[in-house]
Design a protein around this ligand. Structure first.
Ligand code: SF4
Ligand code: MSK
Length: 625
């Protein structure tokens, strides 16, 4: 018998989401929530991480009764291998995204990308200096070529460490070297993890986890950081600006195009094409007043940070955005794009357009998007959306809510500029105790958790306690919809944070970008530690992913911990079947890298634990008695 659907009020905190779930149910359209119900209860072995499918002597499921797989692997080995591969999937995703940016830079250098350019020459020169490339007096294209070669090499096997380790405090680098955790090359660490987890290789759980951390560090200080930095070089470094968020940003009288995924290489061109006079004229001919481009997930964040486009929603809003019935096209690149979007789009006039050969969707309109032909392809895509406007069924359109104002664009460069040119005022505010510390709240939504309840709940609890919040990924939209991303949100903050943010005219929750942009947070922590001549683990900072779901979030969490940052997860990864692995994650890592994970589903208790930790770190730095 089919299960009763869960009451809508239990699924999400947002009115725009509730209205669209109601509409979906009325129209007989299945969403992530119904599919979760169908899949529940989940397999207990898989939840515990004790299933192994790494060879055909299995698959094996180990338990107290049957403690070893066919090859003899026990729960510790199986859980560690599974978690290692899980983290590696995330590192591969982020880092392959970073590689795509290097390829665009290569195409620019070779004159093969007429629609892209080096927008931030100054930033490219700074990066060159940081990674040991001479730039003074040289043509920018020569510098770009060397930077490109150096970053390609960061993916290989010939280096002792990835280039951006030049940003890491020496104490941390020494620790990584001692532990065998220094990331040498992105692809190398990824390949080595696949090797180690083959049957008959790394059968020592802690040893496997050390390499998982190394692979995650190759992502955080390698692939992701390259992705962020080259996106800034090519598309511009974000600066503070205002925009809007929620489903209300979809416009009833316009052609609506949603961009979704992670990489700005496609969506920046779609945005430019949406401003093309001929396409605008055609949209008007068909009765639309314009072409409206809005974002979803991290592609949305990328364009919001740099271009100020409005944000339609985060991960659990992606199906619901189409259900408004007013979306002409959803244009995707890769990662976090539910395959169900093709079916949901098929229930309306919405065209689902994929753009990457490595992320194709059965039933989609496919474009093999290439730097050489970018603008021409972008115009073709926008044209498909414009023509679809004529097919829209006005009777099925329902756009819930009014857009909420948000402030975005907080790159480290922008923060330093707002502070008057250095981090000193921030350090002084921390020393004075006006800002007790900072926590990065990052990551996703997960239908197992009431949509955005923890993301918003934790952010509110922390700012009350004078703890600055830095948000990336899908948390940004949650914070924005909750009114936390505007300067006026200082009214919800404690007195110290209110004073500091008020004087700077910034919100107490800073929109720091997309998932790869967690590298901005790592860079900021490293810069603070270097200024104070301490390790990152000495800082009064933390990280959290309250509603995470993805392999990438696991990689982010692990590189944060391995970098010395105490990190919260709202629910555990599938590791609880091994005491060794669980204990290492939630306590043992403290002795090794000076930080651990902690798992806590309650936002108030989570904030208590962060406050306790931050106070201890403040004491350690001699800031409080
Ligand atoms: Fe089973 Fe070992 Fe093969 Fe895994 S590697 S499936 S535990 S026999
Ligand atoms: S998009 S990884 S759901 S944050 Fe970066 Fe959102 Fe998480 Fe994907």
């Amino acid at each position: 018998m089919a299960k009763e659907p869960r009451p809508i009020d239990q699924l999400t905190i947002w009115d725009d989401a509730k209205a669209m779930i109601r509409k979906a149910r009325a129209e007989g359209i299945e969403t992530v929530h119904e599919r979760l119900d169908q899949q529940t209860p989940h397999c207990k072995f898989c939840e515990l991480g004790t299933t192994c499918r790494n060879c055909t002597m299995g698959p094996c499921r180990v338990s107290e009764k049957k403690p070893r797989g066919v090859c003899g692997a026990d729960a510790d080995v199986i859980v560690a291998r599974n978690f290692g591969r899980f983290v590696t999937g995330g590192a591969a995703g982020h880092s392959d995204h970073g590689r795509d940016l290097i390829e665009v830079l290569e195409a620019i250098v070779e004159g093969e990308a007429p629609d892209y350019k080096i927008t931030e020459e100054g930033k490219l020169r700074t990066i060159a200096g940081e990674i040991g490339i001479k730039e003074a007096g040289r043509d920018i294209m020569d510098v770009a070529k060397d930077v490109m070669e150096c970053f390609f090499a960061d993916f290989g096997s010939r280096k002792k460490e990835v280039s951006f380790l030049s940003r890491v405090p020496q104490k941390r680098k020494d620790l990584w070297a001692k532990l065998g955790m220094t990331p040498r090359g992105v692809d190398r660490e990824i390949a080595e993890m696949m090797h180690r987890t083959h049957m008959g290789c790394d059968n020592d759980a802690p040893n496997t986890l050390i390499h998982a951390a190394r692979t995650a560090l190759a992502d955080g200080w390698g692939g992701s950081m390259i992705g962020t930095e080259l996106s800034d070089v090519i598309f511009g470094t974000p600066k503070p600006r205002m925009s809007t968020a929620n489903l209300g940003v979809i416009k009833e009288d316009q052609v609506n195009i949603l961009v979704h995924g992670h990489n700005p290489v496609v969506s920046e061109q779609i945005l430019a094409a949406a401003r093309d006079p001929e396409l605008l004229a055609r949209a008007k001919e068909l009765g639309a007043s314009g072409i409206n481009l809005a974002g979803l997930c991290c592609t949305g964040n990328e364009l919001l940070m740099r271009q100020g486009i409005p944000m339609a929603g985060n991960h659990l809003m992606t199906e619901l955005a189409i259900i408004t019935g007013a979306v002409e096209a959803i244009v995707v690149d890769y990662q976090c794009i539910m395959p169900s979007l093709v079916q949901v789009a098929g229930c309306y006039h919405t065209k689902f357009i994929d753009t990457a050969n490595k992320a194709r969707f059965t039933g989609a309109i496919h474009f093999d998007f290439q730097p050489r032909t970018a603008m021409q392809q972008a115009k073709e895509i926008v044209s498909i959306a414009v023509e679809a406007f004529a097919e829209r069924d006005a009777g099925r359109v329902e756009i819930p809510g009014e857009p909420i104002e948000i402030m975005t664009g907080f790159s480290n460069e922008a923060v330093i500029e707002a502070l008057g040119g250095s981090l000193d005022p921030l350090i002084q505010a921390i020393v004075a105790g006006d800002i007790k510390g900072a926590v990065g709240i990052v990551g996703c939504n997960n239908p197992k958790i009431k949509h955005d309840s923890l993301n918003v709940g934790l952010a509110k609890e922390l700012i009350k306690r004078d703890i600055l919040v830095i948000a990336t990924g899908c948390v940004t939209t949650a914070a924005g919809k909750a009114g936390l991303l505007v300067p006026g949100a200082i009214e919800m903050a404690g007195p110290g944070l209110k004073k500091v943010c008020g004087s700077l005219g910034i919100p107490p929750v800073l929109h720091y970008g997309s998932c790869v942009d967690n590298s901005r947070i790592m860079q900021l922590c490293a810069a603070l530690a270097n200024t104070l001549n301490v390790d990152i683990s000495d800082l009064p900072v933390g990280a959290s992913s309250p509603e995470w779901y993805s392999e990438k979030a696991a990689a982010i969490g692990l590189y944060a911990v391995a970098s010395g940052i105490y990190t919260h997860l709202g629910h555990p990864p599938n590791i609880l079947g091994s005491e060794t692995v669980t204990n290492l994650a939630v306590s043992g890592l403290e002795d090794l890298v000076g930080a651990t994970f902690f798992i806590e589903p309650d936002p108030v208790k989570t904030a208590d634990l962060f406050e306790e930790r931050i106070n201890a770190k403040r004491k350690g730095l001699g800031l409080d008695k």
